[in-house]
Every structure is written in C-alpha cells, then in structure tokens.
Design a protein around this ligand. Structure first.
Ligand SMILES: C[S@@+](CC[C@H](N)C(=O)[O-])C[C@H]1O[C@@H](n2cnc3c(N)ncnc32)[C@H](O)[C@@H]1O
Length: 287
C-alpha cells in the first residue's frame, strides 16, 4: 500500500508547480500551506512527516492553482508584511513592495523622532507608507489619500488593527483630497507604468489604477510635481518612488518646477528608484 504523501512531500510537489510562475516557489508554497493550516511557517519543517489530506489538502491545491494563474500570494493569504507591520491586502490595493521600504527609510532619516511634523502620502493604497511612518514617528501627523474608496477602507482598517491614531485618510485625486494647507513632507509611490507597457500583463491581478496613469508612465508625477509647491512648507521634502529608467525625466520635471537639492537613490539591486527634492519658498510662483 502506498503511503499518503506528507507535508514535506506536498511542499516539494507544490514548489515544482510554482517554478515557472514564481521567483520564490518554495517560500510561496510554504506561506500558502502555513496559511491553510493556520500555523507558523516553521511548524511545517518540524511537522514535515505529518500527513496532509482531505479538505486541507484540497484548499492548498486550490491556492497553488491560483498562484499558478498569477494571483499574488498576498491576495491569497490576505496579508502582506511591510516595515514589519502585518497589513491586510485585497485585490483593491497594490501589494506593497520591498523597494518601497527603502523610500520609508529615506524619509525617516530626514524626520526627527522628537519633532512634530505633517506628512502627506498621496496614493496610499493599503496605507503601507503612511502607516510605516506613523508607527515610527508618533509625533507626526500623517494623512494618506487615494482616489479609490475601496483602498482607503483597507488602509483605515489596517490603521485600526495596528492601533495607530496619528494617521487620517482622505479621498480624491492627488491634492484635491486635501485642504490647501502645507506639509513638511509629501511622499508618493504613484502609478508609473506606461499604459501599454507589456509588463502590465504580469501584474494583471493588481488594480490598474495603482499601476498606470497614462501612455507615457510619468503623468502622475507631472500632476503631483505641478501642485506640490503649493502644499509644501518652506524647505519641505518631496519624496517619490519611480520606475526603472524614469530618473532623468523625473529630475527634469522637478528642476523645471523649481525644486532643489534633487537626489536620486538606488534600490538594493542598484536601480535608481527613489527621488528626493526640496522646495524653497523663493522658487514658488506668486499665486
Ligand atoms: C503604486 S500604488 C501605491 C500604493 C501604496 N502607496 C504602496 O506604496 O504600496 C498607487 C496608488 O495611487 C492611487 N492613485 C492612482 N491615481 C490616483 C489619483 N489620481 N489620486 C490619488 N491616488 C491615486 C492608486 O489607487 C494606488 O493606491
């Protein structure tokens, strides 16, 4: 009689099925099985000999099939960790990316913990950036905005699960969401993929509004940079995540709008992905 395949064997088979569609097949298989069994991932190793069958196996198989169809693991488990914060995510929001943690890191380096400050996160999605900053800087007052009401519901739910009270949410297109007041820091990871970029196919399970804002890819930057001087304090910081290859165009747009101290920052793979710039009141046009 054949033995029932155990947890280790099912993980091996599932990792094989994910080879073609995942950069981390073994990890994804483990995360999904741990989710199905409601155990920490480490328990899969210590219980590798335990049998896996019946409805739990069927559910694991279903999730592996979804993953093979390109559905992000975070949507299947409903959770993604960002800046060590467990965030609830659904297909209404972009899955927060590790590169975006580098944007948070750069902002925190410029935001002293012992000073009150106002921070505006445009296009907040799951609330990842706003919540990371709010959690690290309790004296900061953070506002996260989005054009998507569904995204803001997710962000607000995340704030409440994390018990963060120094963050608020506003709905609207870019600066239309907020009153005409000035912020010390404006941050955004806006949609920056060109609307006909073939790369969008691989991202088809995430909301298009989070990925693309026009045919060129930098339309959202143009809109944000045009108005940012009207919403930044003197010497305020604008921090933008952008796509690979967009740094020169972005720097030119910032320079043309009078921003100074423009600096480009690389991700861990060596690609320029974040741009910081300061606003000096003397460069603002009279309104
Ligand atoms: C790339 S996602 C970033 C989400 C989140 N900040 C993160 O880093 O994970 C861009 C976000 O911008 C929002 N967005 C798109 N167009 C917008 C607009 N015109 N005004 C405000 N938010 C917008 C999308 O709904 C989406 O949540």
């Amino acid at each position: 009689m054949m033995n029932t395949p155990n947890i280790s064997e099912h993980l091996r088979l599932a990792s094989g099925r994910l080879q073609q569609c995942s950069e981390s097949p073994r990890l994804d298989a483990e995360v999904l099985l741990a989710h199905v069994l409601s155990v920490p991932r480490s328990a899969l190793i210590t219980n590798g000999d335990a049998p896996l069958e019946g409805p739990l196996l069927a559910e694991f198989e279903r999730l592996i099939a979804e993953c093979q169809r390109g559905v992000p693991v975070a949507y299947l488990t409903g959770t993604r960790e960002f800046w060590s914060l467990p965030l609830h995510v659904t297909p209404d929001v972009l899955v927060p990316r590790p590169e975006t943690e580098e944007l948070v890191e750069l902002i925190l380096a410029r935001l002293p913990a012992d000073r009150a400050a106002s921070v505006l996160d445009l296009g907040t999605g799951s609330g990842a950036i706003a919540l990371a900053i709010a959690s690290e800087r309790p004296l900061a007052r953070v506002i996260g905005t989005d054009v998507s009401a569904a995204a803001l519901d997710i962000a607000a739910g995340n704030a409440s699960s994390l018990g963060l009270t120094n963050v608020e949410w506003r709905r609207g297109s870019w600066f239309d969401a907020v009153a005409q007041q000035r912020y010390d820091i404006i941050v955004s990871n806006p949609p920056y993929v060109a609307s006909r970029d073939p790369a969008l196919k691989a991202l088809r399970n995430e909301p298009l509004v989070a990925l693309a804002s026009g045919p060129m890819g930098w339309e959202a930057f143009v809109a944000i940079i045009a108005s940012a001087p009207l919403f930044l304090t003197n010497h305020g910081l604008l921090a933008l995540e952008h796509g690979m290859g967009q740094a020169p165009a972005l720097a030119a747009i910032l320079r043309a709008r009078g921003f100074r101290d423009i600096s480009s920052h690389h991700d861990r793979s060596g690609h320029a992905r974040v741009m910081l710039a300061n606003f000096h009141a003397s460069t603002e046009e009279p309104s």
